[in-house]
Design a protein around this ligand. Structure first.
Ligand code: AMP
Ligand code: ZN
Length: 479
């Protein structure tokens, strides 16, 4: 197997991946801010994290991943106050929707889910540690981090701190590189806002301290991997480093991995441009969860992903090709024995698949290996050059693929139904079409060609095309 190489934002280079303890990985992934429904851009990053964890697990590592729910930050405080409800009440609906969406996209649950509001004590404790080491100062009831006290400030995002005026402060959680300043660790409550009564005073945590405290509480003071979207590198992750390393004096994270953004038809997603999509928006239009997962996973994470409806359609066809191939492997009738050349091809494809993922999670390269193999195997099957004993090895390769990409099992309709998205969905008809296709198969096998023909015409009227293959199996697709 190939050596695993990953791009580390800290240092900006591709490096061989070696965890601090052999065979074990401690990984922290910034979770969603549950102030609204998550959008497909957010899920680009979450799917990347899922592919990463599945790949590392498939390589035998014991994975301990922590993902947080940011359920207190500026936006949540403002929205909850505007709605006149507590923050738990406000965020609960979006947290639940997020978990549902994760299931729809077959995202594996991390070993630990944790909410910021369940960890206020750890945050207060970390701020106290920083205060003891003089990294903090107070102003009007808020506590700030003094970035001039941490000489490594800027090492992740390569920000130039030379021109920053000492003592200039920023209170908001999210800000641009140009406005790098001392940032708030603890914020004094404003009129009508939610606050906690603690040993460092009344108030609420800043966003950045939340992740430092939760990561170290569950994973220790040095993590192997920390992930997020590229927008989090500054200021969020830069500030996490300053807080954690300031307090512990130890290296906080060995590998920082960031996913580039998803754009829609080449533009940034925004509600005003009308190109802003949640999963629910796409499922209501009839798109399948597996197609979306495939579309989000297929572009390597360090490339921007240009989401288009054409691309989503192509992803659906790709998934269908894989499913058809998987069916053909189980249902097709092949000449007895194995073909030597086929066994070799399967081994080569598996090797190239692994080499692709080991190459900084190059999903496009890994998928290339799979589709090239499927194409060649289909041709071999048509020519009678695929033996019955080749099937188990090919199946094993598809399983290895699907342990990571998780799109072959045909459970879209059930998922949509379980999540209550299904009603308006054209996929809801899949089960009925499959029933008709199966009836036609029975008719053909019993040489009842009149019935078989009638069903074919019926399906045609519904826009379904049938493809009969030589081994007697049949595939269907929409026109
Ligand atoms: P948030 O809920 O804003 O904290 O974001 C959750 C995750 O989604 C973070 O890792 C962000 O970096 C990531 N993210 C936000 N917008 C996009 C986008 N357009 N494409 C990819 N990832 C994104
Ligand atoms: Zn975070």
């Amino acid at each position: 197997m190939a050596e695993i190489q990953l791009h580390n934002t800290l240092g900006g280079k591709i490096e061989p991946f070696v965890p601090q303890e052999a065979g074990e990985i401690r990984m922290y992934s910034c979770g969603p801010t549950v102030y609204d429904y998550a959008h497909i851009g957010n899920f680009r990053t979450f799917v990347f994290q899922d592919i990463l964890r599945r790949f590392l697990k498939s390589r035998g590592f014991k994975m301990t991943q922590v993902m947080n729910l940011t359920d207190v930050d500026d936006r949540i405080i403002a929205n909850a106050a505007a709605a006149g409800v507590g923050i738990r009440e406000y965020t609960e609906k979006f947290a639940q929707a997020f978990f549902d969406d994760c299931k729809a996209l077959s995202l594996e649950a991390p070993e630990h889910w944790t909410r910021a509001t369940d960890n206020i004590d750890s945050m207060v404790h970390l701020i106290e540690r920083l205060r003891e080491k003089s990294f903090t100062y107070e102003s009007e009831g808020s506590i700030y981090y003094r970035i001039s006290k941490f000489p490594d400030y800027g090492k992740l995002s390569n920000i130039d701190v030379a021109g920053i005026q000492a003592g200039a402060r920023v209170d908001v959680d999210r800000y641009e590189k140009e406005s790098a300043r001392d940032f708030a660790l603890w914020k004094a409550p404003k009129e009508g806002e939610h606050f906690w009564e603690t040993s460092i005073g009344r108030g609420r945590p800043g966003w950045h301290i939340e992740c430092s405290a939760m990561a170290m509480k569950y994973l220790g003071e040095t993590l192997d991997i920390h992930t997020g979207g590229i927008d989090l590198a500054f200021p969020h992750h830069e500030n996490e480093i300053a807080q954690s390393e300031g307090a512990t004096g130890k290296h906080f994270v060995r590998y920082w991995l960031h996913a580039e953004h998803l754009l829609v038809e080449g533009e940034k997603m925004s509600k005003s441009l009308g190109n802003f999509f949640t999963l629910r928006d796409l499922f209501a239009k009839g798109h399948k969860p597996s197609a979306l997962r495939f579309a989000l996973a297929s572009v390597p994470y360090r490339r921007q992903l240009n989401f288009t409806f054409d691309g989503l359609q192509q992803a659906a066809s790709s998934v269908e090709r894989l499913r058809n191939f998987a069916d053909r492997l189980t249902q097709g009738k092949f000449p007895a024995g194995a073909q030597k050349s086929m066994a070799k091809r399967i081994a080569e494809a598996a090797e190239e698949f692994d080499a692709g993922l080991s190459d900084d999670l190059n999903t496009a390269r890994a998928l290339g290996a799979v589709f090239e193999f499927v194409r060649e195997a289909n041709i071999a099957m048509d020519k009678g050059e695929f033996g019955s004993e080749d099937a188990p090895a090919a199946q094993k390769f598809l399983q290895t693929f699907d342990q990571i990409f998780a799109v072959i099992e045909n459970n879209d309709a059930q998922k949509l139904q379980a999540l209550g998205y299904g009603q308006k969905n054209s996929n809801a008809g899949d089960a009925e079409i499959e029933k008709l296709v199966a009836e036609r198969q029975v008719a053909r096998q019993t040489r009842d060609f009149a019935t078989a023909d009638r069903i074919r015409k019926e399906l045609e009227k519904r826009g379904i095309i049938l493809e009969d293959s030589r081994d007697g199996s049949v595939r269907w697709k929409r026109k």
